[in-house]
Design a protein around this ligand. Structure first.
Ligand SMILES: [Zn+2]
Length: 325
């Protein structure tokens, strides 16, 4: 598969690494562009696309993809890598979480996008058709966004196509340190419809979600989780040398959000990755006069997968989300 690889006018022959910009559209301050790296290996092999910065305040995955694209040596690579270290540059430069400042859309809710849509929808369309579709495999790197601490996991959206799904499940298993989330149309697990992963798998690309890090931080441990996961996937695909470690994986069955009923300051009593049981106190909410107004307890048994970092809640605000495994 690895004769020259090209995206528009950017191309890399065997043994070459190239980078450039892909123009999405125009804004008042100039073109909206996406950085692209092409690494074409000397040896035959599959094409893997790696994307980060769909949510551009998720810094650990962005740094991991930047580093991966820097260290990969085309002379030793089997196959090719197409990389986008920051998909959403306008969110990156503005340090904006979740949604684009250009049109208020969350890129991971609107895939596959549309050619005649607003600029984030055009971005989704170009990214899927011109970049991700040029690969057989795809990893979309994420973390918890602003205000979210997260337990690392990998996800794949099942399509019902057996051969594709077997590859997707294996890829997610190769990436994840522990937890794997296989979504169907009715189990309410990620990746969801509207995500890049969901759209990419429906185009026949083996596309997984890779999550580690969060809350606007850039911690070395989270970067390493992403890097080790990416390298494990590449070894699994025979793109780089070495063997994939086969650790034990836990499959998610569902996940549940525990919310506040009362308002006040929140004192969290659990940590990311903790096993919690039904009725266990996960937080207390304290009124402004210092009295505990609510002891928030777990609605079931599971693994703490996300803690919201907001320290004040109102009725209905999320506090903890746990995985049921
Ligand atoms: Zn994200």
């Amino acid at each position: 598969m690895t004769s020259p690889i090209a995206i528009r006018d950017l191309s890399a022959r065997r043994g070459e690494k190239k980078h450039g910009w892909l123009t999405i559209g125009e804004t008042a301050s100039g073109p909206l562009r996406m950085p692209i790296v092409l690494i074409n290996g000397r040896e035959e092999g599959p094409v893997l696309c790696v994307t980060a910065g769909v949510h551009a305040t998720e810094y650990a995955p962005i740094d991991a993809v930047m580093r991966l694209l820097t260290v990969l040596d085309p002379e030793r690579l089997h196959g090719a890598v197409i990389g986008v270290p920051v998909v959403n540059m306008r969110m990156f430069e503005h340090r904006t979480g979740f949604t684009s400042p250009l049109d208020g859309l969350n890129l991971n809710r609107i895939a596959p996008g549309r050619q005649d849509g607003s600029i984030s929808e055009v971005l989704a369309d170009i990214l899927l058709r011109e970049v991700i579709a040029a690969a057989q495999y795809h990893i979309d790197f994420h973390a918890g966004d602003l205000g979210e601490q997260l337990l690392p996991f990998a996800g794949y959206s099942l399509t019902g196509r057996r051969e594709l799904d077997a590859k997707g499940e294996a890829l997610a298993g190769a990436f994840t340190p522990r937890l794997i989330s296989l979504s169907t149309d009715d189990n309410m697990l990620p990746p969801f419809p509207g995500s890049l992963n969901y759209a990419a798998t429906r185009m026949g690309v083996v596309s997984i979600l890779a999550e580690a890090g969060g809350n606007g931080t850039l911690e070395e441990q989270d970067v390493q989780t992403h890097l080790e996961g990416a390298e494990s996937v590449m070894r699994h695909l025979g793109m780089i040398d070495g063997h994939t470690a086969n650790g034990s994986r836990i499959a998610a069955r569902s996940r549940t959000v525990i919310r506040a009923k009362r308002s006040g300051l929140v004192r969290i009593k659990v940590g990311i990755g903790d096993e919690i049981r039904l009725g266990q106190e996960v937080a207390e909410i304290v009124g402004v006069f210092g009295d505990v107004v609510e002891r928030v307890t777990s609605t079931g048994q599971g693994l703490v997968g996300l803690i919201w970092t907001h320290k004040v809640v109102n009725t209905g605000d999320p506090i903890v989300r746990y995985w049921v495994t």
